[in-house]
Ligand binder design. Sequence first.
Ligand code: ADP
Ligand code: TZD
Length: 580
Amino acid sequence: MSTDTDTPELTDGFHLVVDALKLNGIDTLFGLPGIPITDLARLAQAQGMRVISFRHEQHAGNAAAAAGFLTRKPGICLTVSAPGFLNGLTALANATTNCFPMILISGSSEREIVDLQQGDYEEMDQLAIAKPLCKAAYRVLHAQDIGIGIARAIRAALSGRPGGVYLDLPAKLFAQSMDAEAGRRSLVQVVDPAPRQIPAPDAVARALALLRAAKRPLILLGKGAAYAQADAEVRALVERTGIPYLPMSMAKGLLPDNHALSASAARSYVLAEADVVMLIGARLNWLLSHGKGKTWGAPGPQQLSRQFIQLDIAPTEIDSNVAVAAPVIGDIGSCVSALLAGIDASFPKPAAEWLGAINERKDKNLSKMAATLAANPSPMNFHSALNVVRQIVQAHPDAILVNEGANTLDFTRSIVDMYQPRKRLDVGTWGIMGIGMGFAVAAAVTTGQRVIAIEGDSAFGFSGMEVETICRYQLPVCVVVFNNNGVYRGTDVNPSGGSDVAPTAFVKNARYELMMQAFGGVGVVASTPVELTRAMNEAIASGRPTLINAIIDETAGTESGRIASLNPQSAAKKKQPTTP
Ligand code: ADP
Ligand code: TZD
């Protein structure tokens, strides 16, 4: 194409990056501007993309990761060089660990100077640093390669096991200009970025044979199954086979938690007793005690004879911790559909004895739980506060629940039922604090639904400044800070008797609600379940950014919550000092 004056129309690196992202259906950037990407963010907004600016790159990165999980499109995080890149890198590594697709795009400084270590502005060999921490890392040096670079990044993030990809864009690239028509032709619209992977028929037959012979079968649903968006197929598999299932935390709601076949309230029993366990998009990592040990029953013939079926897209995941008798490799949708094709009305239902034993334990545990939830102690404890959240989520099953903390995490996971797929976002595979506000922003921006963030007071602190971001974009996020004055609890004292407080203790009675008020949002204190109910209902009804400072008994909860066994304790400190 040519202009009136016959000078060729030009494009440049800035435009090509935005055009390439838009061509691939990416409509949102999460980031933090600065040299050299300020104009990129500005142009993206000018070109109709949603650009969500954060106060710290880690939260922009967490938002991108959550957006990737929710949408099956890579979430994009845009940062400046060196420190901005490093701030985003934690989120990229976390996304990779969780199998969420995201792309961290960072500007970088002059290659010639960086590589000779001559001391450039924000000098750092970012590509080399990113490589071991993500699924793939690329650098684009020429404007005409931007299309290919972004296509490779999208494919790497989405195909096979999803994960984080780093894309390094040096400052010089953005200003490089080229003929606009040649630029347009250099862009790539990625065709079928997450190809279906059909499992082998013999693998499916092997899995079906094992299931058919099982006496005490169990299905374990992981966040890979939630991510796959094969909701109807997964539900059909559970219901047609009649096999009880356990959801991992982010798979909660894939089938409603009050489903008759949910074995959540009999978790320890089913893990210890099941003879055939079918994992669907879940890894046998620490969250499942690596498939062995006392979680999986007393050592002995029963544990040794347990057999695993594993549906996963990553073949190397199989046998990661214990032997898997029937691997089924493919995408969850294709694997579950293939299994369903082999399950007709003649497929044997699990023994009534097995289902009866599970139901008996469920009933007992659920009535015990109901009694605990009904208590109304003063001050509130985790249970009485979460009883409110449980009812609010039941009344608003569309809302997305973000959850982090230690006790706040563990109790919320077990008390608050989820009713729809992909409505629960939490600390994931690493148990990482700091995902809260980034995930909440992404959930609100990508789904338009109400978001409820249930946050330990320590957990909230990691991303608390992003309440300004929530207010700035007027997002319908209701943050509930479970304020018990410290990391875990607020009761520790300085063992030396010195004037510093204990390492786990915070300022007592902190006014977290004022943080939201500072930026024009609603800030409320709730000391009772009645006050908490009122404040949450108002937040949901208005959709206004709200922070509820929920006052929790500072003696409630335990150190490290339910994973205290992973917390080494000094034996030496328990000994009496020896006299010289
Ligand atoms: P959880 O923490 O819920 O147990 P994990 O993150 O440990 O779940 O496991 C998720 C698994 O799902 C990973 O092994 C990953 O390879 C797999 N996975 C992710 N997406 C898909 C998909 N679309 N199809 C098949 N497997 C998938
Ligand atoms: N830093 C990071 C990035 N992740 C972590 N998981 C931790 C530190 C260690 N940690 C936990 O594992 S939970 C937690 C920390 C600091 C906070 C617990 O306190 P809380 O929750 O106030 O958020 P509860 O509900 O009061 O226990």
